[in-house]
Design a protein around this ligand. Structure first.
Ligand code: SPV
Ligand code: MG
Length: 543
């Protein structure tokens, strides 16, 4: 269950503040630093004005607007699950600005706010601190009261920061202010000091006792052993700027090195791998979510293109190259095939090569060779590819290196849910008339208007079907859904076992015969099987 009360970030922050233990907050200034600090084990984060403005490249003088800071806080609260204490500077104005700020922080799951008793626009405490003017106590108390009244969640905390020591006032002023803020409803006092020892802080704590939890920022008195704070009963110590300072050194070193060396070799091992960025961004969660939410057919399929044969009928045209590399208008057939797939969003294409394998070398494809191409048929090439590509989580499209087709045919195949879907051309008579061998099919129903909406299944396939039994010609494109891949693999092996020279129509026939539903999508034209020199010429007008 999300958002259980005890689990709320406000509640978690409040219990850190009020626990008797000394707790630590680490600075973070954007989403990725928030995640890094959380992973390092910090139970809460400090969104400090100094680092938040520095990451925008501006001064800690309210140059970044409060909404710009808020925008970044939203990313931080999304990136980390631990509570965040926002350094709200002076509250960006008077009581009215503070109450609006509190409600916006609550809306963005920021657990707590710290405001300091100075005037807007503020300056960082370490820049001429003793020239800084403090707020009127009564007016500042109205900021605290309005903030506390505005909060919806009882556990939202407002920490009040006393700048008396910074501005050069003494212990008495520090105590007077802290007590006034206590009475105004503050949940804790952040007592700041710019000395290089904890003298002011310890003196305050001694007088203050446990009236409210005390928070400190030991940036300048960094050398003080932490046990000193623990023994004094401090509630929270904030490491306020250390991730940004670490980043500055690392980034500068890296930038200077690669600017000087003009290559990346000497830095590569000293910087986080890109995979680490992905991990911090939570890329794996997105992958899981895609599996849960995206319909399978939207996951781009992978492709096997069978292109091992020479294409003897093309004569001289294939003396130096296989048919798939024969050029039409200056571009090989394979190029057109790849374009059709790419435009359907499919990039993972494996090509089975055989004849003149080394000539088949278009970039961006993967290749597997069928060294026995001269003695084997199409199905053996498919088996070679299936052995090399075992990624059966994704649908597979199989087609030929000499068949070009319009991209919409791929979309048609993807529309259906059956395990195997094939595109069948109803204009098969042309092939019969030309006496060319083709992969004819018989289906559960011939094409007709009535067939438009029915589920047509393949019942037989072959090159020598009786004309009276032919309903169409397979276009040489088939889509196999991931869950049908085991059946496909088994049938490929089985058919090849009986016939090493089997072609794909043998596979189709075996699948249909085995009861595997092979869905037929009827269509007409918009594809070309390049078998002859005339076909190459036609291909010129097709494209
Ligand atoms: C900050 O981190 O922005 C602080 C602490 O306010 S200090 O920089 O010490 O003022
Ligand atoms: Mg600050």
């Amino acid at each position: 269950m999300k958002n259980k009360d005890a689990d709320k970030r406000t509640t978690r922050f409040k219990s850190l503040l009020t626990s008797p233990e000394l707790e630590f907050l680490c600075e973070a200034h954007n989403g990725i630093s928030a995640r890094i600090a959380e992973e390092a084990g910090f139970k809460a984060l400090w969104a400090g004005g100094l680092c938040m403005s520095a990451q925008y490249g501006v001064r800690d003088s309210n140059e970044a607007s409060w909404t710009q800071i808020l925008e970044m806080l939203e990313f931080m609260a999304d990136a980390a699950s631990v509570p965040i204490l926002m350094d709200g500077d002076t509250g960006y104005g008077n009581f009215n600005n503070v109450r609006r700020l509190v409600s916006k922080l609550e809306q963005r799951s920021v657990a707590a706010l710290c405001i300091e008793d100075k005037l807007y626009p503020k300056t960082n405490s370490f820049i001429d601190g003793n020239k800084q003017e403090l707020a009127d106590i009564e007016e500042f108390c109205s900021r605290i009261k309005a903030g506390k009244d505005a909060q919806q969640d009882d556990d939202f905390c407002i920490i009040t920061r006393v700048e008396a020591f910074i501005a050069g006032w003494g212990l008495e002023e520090a105590l007077r202010r802290a007590e006034a803020y206590h009475e105004a409803g503050s949940d804790g006092i952040l007592m700041h000091s710019a000395l290089n020892h904890p003298g002011e802080i310890l003196a305050f704590k001694k007088e203050w006792g446990d009236r409210l939890p005390v928070v400190i920022v030991p940036t300048i008195y960094y050398a003080t052993p932490t046990d000193v704070f623990r023994d004094a009963g401090v509630s929270i110590a904030i490491w306020a700027n250390h991730l940004l300072r670490a980043g500055i050194i690392s980034m500068r070193e890296c930038a200077e090195t690669i600017a000087r060396e003009q290559n990346l070799q000497s830095v590569e091992d000293r910087i986080a791998p890109v995979k680490e960025i992905f991990r911090l961004q939570g890329v794996s969660e997105l992958k899981d979510a895609e599996e849960r939410y995206l319909p399978n057919r939207d996951v781009a399929a992978r492709v096997i293109v069978l292109a091992a044969s020479r294409g003897d009928a093309l004569g001289e045209l294939t003396a130096e190259r296989p048919k798939t590399m024969v050029e039409v208008q200056g571009r090989p057939l394979l190029g057109y095939i790849v374009s059709a797939y790419n435009s359907a969003g499919i990039k993972q294409i494996m090509v089975v090569r055989g004849y003149k394998a080394d000539v088949v070398d278009l970039p961006g494809l993967s290749y597997v060779d069928n060294p026995d191409y001269a003695k084997t048929g199409e199905l053996y090439s498919l088996q070679c590819a299936l052995a090399a590509d075992t990624d059966d989580d994704r649908d597979l499209v199989v087609s030929f290196g000499d068949v070009i087709f319009r991209r919409y045919i791929l979309d048609l195949l993807a529309e259906h849910d059956e395990g195997i879907v094939i595109a069948v051309d109803t204009d098969w008579k042309e092939s019969v008339n030309r006496g060319r061998s083709a992969d004819y099919v018989t289906c559960s129903e011939p094409n007709s208007r009535r067939a438009f909406n029915s589920c047509i299944l393949l019942t037989a396939a072959g090159e020598d079907l009786e004309e009276s039994a032919i309903h169409g010609e397979w276009m040489g494109v088939m889509r196999v859904r991931a869950d049908a891949l085991p059946a496909l693999r088994a049938t490929v092996d089985e058919v090849l076992d009986g016939n090493g020279q089997a072609n794909l129509h043998h596979l189709l026939a075996a699948l249909a015969g085995s009861g595997e539903a092979v869905r037929v999508v009827y269509t007409t034209g918009h594809w070309l099987d390049v078998d002859s020199v005339e076909d190459v010429i036609s291909a010129g007008s097709f494209t």
